[in-house]
Design a protein around this ligand. Structure first.
Ligand SMILES: Cc1ncc(COP(=O)(O)O)c(C=O)c1O
Length: 405
C-alpha cells in the first residue's frame, strides 16, 4: 500500500478502525516472527500434536460420504447432527444436559463472544471483566461499543465480592451491566483455576443482580490430571452462557466452537449469525463431528494433557533455575499460561528489549481493560520445546539486566 493511498483512505475509515493495530494483532505478529526467537507469546496449540494422517483420512471420508453436508451452507445454529454430538459432549463432563434449542455451533471462541455482544449488548453498556483477562475478549466487547469494567482478582482468581463492587460502579457511571465475563479454568492470562466455593458465590451474586454469566471454557479440557471442577453453567444453567472452543484441543484451523445457554439468548445469537458468517464452516463441522463420535477427541485429550504438562514443568524448572527471586509466577495445573510478577519492572518497556535478546512474551498491560501499567507478564508454554526453555529464560534475564542494571 502506498503512503498516499493510506492518507486518502485513513480518514474515511470508521472511527473504530482508526485506532491502529490491536494489542492482539501485535501478539500474533510476534508469534509468527519465527527465526531463532524463543517464543512464549501466543496461546497457540502445538501443531506437532495433530494427528495429520487421521485428520486427512477423516476429512476425505466426510467429503466422500456426506458431500451434501460437508460442502454446503449449514443452518445458522450449526448442523443438527453436530449439535447432538456437542450436547452429549457438554454432558460428558457436566451434570447438565442442554435442551435441543440450547446450543449453537460457532466459528471458534471469539465468534461466540461476538454473537453474545450482538445478542445482548447495546452501545455504551458495561461488561464486567476479570483483571487480568483475555485481551481478545476486551477487543470484541469494545468493538461492539461495550464498556469493560474491571473486577478484582487475587492469587486464587476472581474475587466474587468484586462483581458487586464493579456492578455498583458501572451503575453509578450510568452504564448498568448485563453480562459478567469469567474464564474459570486455567485462565488466560493467569493460568489459575477457580475453586468450587468461588464458583458458587459467582453464580449466586449474578443471579441476585440479574447478570448473565458469560463463561469461557477454552482450557477446561486441559487439566493436566484430567480433573474437572463444576462449571458455572452446571451450577446455574438459567443464568449462564458457556462459550467453548476446539481451537486449543482440536485445531484452530477449523475455527470450531459452541455456546450453550438459555434458549432465548442462543436463538438471538443464531439470528445474529445471519449478520456475520451465516454459519460455521460445514467442512469443519462434519470433520469435528466424525472426530468426536469416532472417539478420537476423547482419546486425544490424555495425550495433549501429558504434552502440555511436560511443557509447563519444563518452564517452571527453567524459571526456578534462571529467575529465582527476581520474579514470582503462578504454577498452573492446566492450560497454556503462567503469569509472572517482576517487581519494579514496566513489562511493556521490557518486551522490546527481550525481543532484541531473542525471547518473546506478552506484557501485562493489555490484559487489563483499563490498560494500567503493570510489572506483570504472560508466558505461554504451549508450543515451546522443553529443551529451549532454559535458553529462553537466560535471554529474559539478559533483558532484565538491561532494565534493572
Ligand atoms: C480464554 C479464551 N477464549 C477464547 C479464545 C479464542 O478462541 P478461538 O481462537 O477459538 O476464537 C482464546 C484464545 O486465545 C482464549 O484464550
Amino acid at each position: 500500500m502506498t503512503e498516499t493511498a493510506h492518507d486518502t483512505w485513513f480518514s474515511r475509515l470508521a472511527t473504530r478502525a482508526q485506532a491502529g493495530p490491536s494489542e492482539l494483532s501485535a501478539v500474533l505478529a510476534m508469534a509468527s516472527a519465527g527465526g531463532d526467537l524463543v517464543d512464549f507469546s501466543g496461546g497457540f496449540p502445538d501443531p506437532a500434536l495433530y494427528d495429520t494422517q487421521l485428520l486427512g483420512e477423516t476429512a476425505a471420508k466426510v467429503i466422500g460420504s456426506r458431500p451434501e453436508a460437508a460442502l454446503q451452507y449449514a443452518p445458522n445454529y450449526g448442523l443438527a447432527s453436530l449439535r447432538e454430538v456437542l450436547r452429549a459432549e457438554v454432558s460428558r463432563t457436566q451434570a447438565v444436559t442442554p435442551g435441543p434449542d440450547d446450543l449453537i455451533v460457532t466459528s471458534g471462541g471469539v465468534d461466540a463472544l461476538t454473537l453474545i455482544c450482538k445478542a445482548m449488548l447495546n452501545a455504551g453498556e458495561a461488561v464486567l471483566v476479570e483483571a487480568p483477562s483475555y485481551l481478545g475478549a476486551f477487543s470484541v466487547f469494545q468493538s461492539h461499543d461495550g464498556v469493560c469494567v474491571p473486577m478484582e482478582s487475587d492469587e486464587h482468581g476472581l474475587v466474587p465480592a468484586s462483581i458487586e463492587t464493579a456492578y455498583d460502579q458501572a451503575v453509578a457511571q450510568g452504564t448498568p451491566p448485563k453480562v459478567v465475563y469469567v474464564i474459570p479454568d486455567f485462565q488466560n492470562p493467569s493460568g489459575l483455576r477457580l475453586g468450587l466455593e468461588r464458583r458458587r458465590e459467582i453464580v449466586e451474586i449474578a443471579r441476585r443482580l440479574g447478570l448473565l454469566v458469560l463463561e469461557d471454557v477454552a482450557y477446561r479440557d486441559l487439566a493436566f490430571d484430567g480433573s474437572y471442577v463444576e462449571s458455572l453453567y452446571e451450577l446455574a444453567p438459567d443464568v449462564t452462557v458457556q462459550a467453548g472452543t476446539f481451537s486449543k484441543t482440536f485445531t484452530p484451523g477449523t475455527r470450531m466452537g459452541w455456546a450453550v445457554g438459555p434458549a432465548t439468548v442462543i436463538d438471538a445469537m443464531a439470528q445474529a449469525k445471519t449478520n456475520t458468517d451465516q454459519c460455521a464452516g460445514a467442512l469443519g463441522q462434519t470433520l469435528l463431528e466424525a472426530y468426536i463420535s469416532e472417539g478420537h477427541y476423547a482419546a486425544s485429550l490424555p495425550v495433549l494433557r501429558e504434552a502440555y504438562a511436560a511443557r509447563c514443568a519444563g518452564l517452571m524448572d527453567a524459571l526456578d533455575a534462571g529467575l529465582g527471586a527476581r520474579a514470582s509466577w503462578t504454577v498452573p495445573a492446566g492450560g497454556f499460561f503462567t503469569w509472572l510478577e517482576v517487581p519494579g519492572v514496566d513489562t511493556k518497556a521490557l518486551a522490546p528489549l527481550a525481543i532484541e535478546e531473542g525471547v518473546a512474551f506478552v506484557p501485562g498491560a493489555p490484559f487489563f481493560a483499563d490498560g494500567r501499567q503493570t510489572s506483570q507478564l504472560r508466558m505461554s508454554f504451549s508450543r515451546t520445546p522443553v529443551e529451549r526453555m532454559a535458553e529462553g529464560i537466560t535471554r529474559l534475564t539478559r533483558a532484565l539486566d538491561r532494565v534493572q542494571g
